[in-house]
Design a protein around this ligand. Structure first.
Ligand code: FES
Length: 172
């Protein structure tokens, strides 16, 4: 579980204000969870509790409903989300091994986010470039013909770019 960032705390205050104007009733559960996720980018415990309290629904029921839907996420999205394609073509060409390599390199499991929030990992359905299988996206960039040996380099590239941006920001 990632600790709340200062941005999360500010967003929770926004959620608290907006939720007050929302209609009540059990039927509002999904719309309110969507509202919370739109504001925060994910559903931390605190957001689930706010929604549960507002609708007078048990918190574990709220979690149960939210976890049923793919659209909801419980970890903050990484700045560089890693999406490993698990469509049929990528799967048969070793997508699972690519996923495992990202997990090992980043020391998180699929569905999780690194503590510095730089990376998150998720498996996705076919991204439409099966000829390039296996495929992974790092941020917005698609990488085709992935191999386990490429994983380290891709992660390193993002880290170096971040350091460069930080240096440039420090010099300006
Ligand atoms: S199955 Fe991976 S791109 Fe189609």
């Amino acid at each position: 579980m990632n600790p709340l960032s200062s941005e999360d705390l500010a967003n929770i205050e926004v959620l608290k204000k907006q939720i007050k104007d929302a209609p009540k009733g059990r039927g509002q559960l999904i719309p309110l969870l969507q509202m919370a996720q739109n504001i925060l980018g994910y559903l931390p415990d605190k957001a689930l509790s706010l929604v549960a309290d507002y609708l007078s629904i048990n918190r574990s029921d709220v979690y149960g409903v939210a976890s049923f839907y793919n659209q909801f996420r419980f970890n903050p999205p990484g700045k560089n989300p890693v999406k490993v394609c698990m469509g049929t073509a990528c799967h048969v060409r070793g997508g699972e091994i690519i996923l495992e390599n990202f997990e090992r390199k980043l020391e998180i499991k699929e569905g999780d986010t690194t503590e510095d929030r730089e990376f998150s990992i998720e498996r996705v359905a076919c991204v439409g470039c099966c000829a390039l299988a296996p495929v992974a996206l790092v941020g917005e960039t698609l990488h085709g013909h992935m191999a386990p040996s490429k994983v380290e380099g891709l992660v390193l590239r993002v880290q170096l770019e971040r350091e460069k941006a930080e240096r440039e920001a420090g010099n300006s």
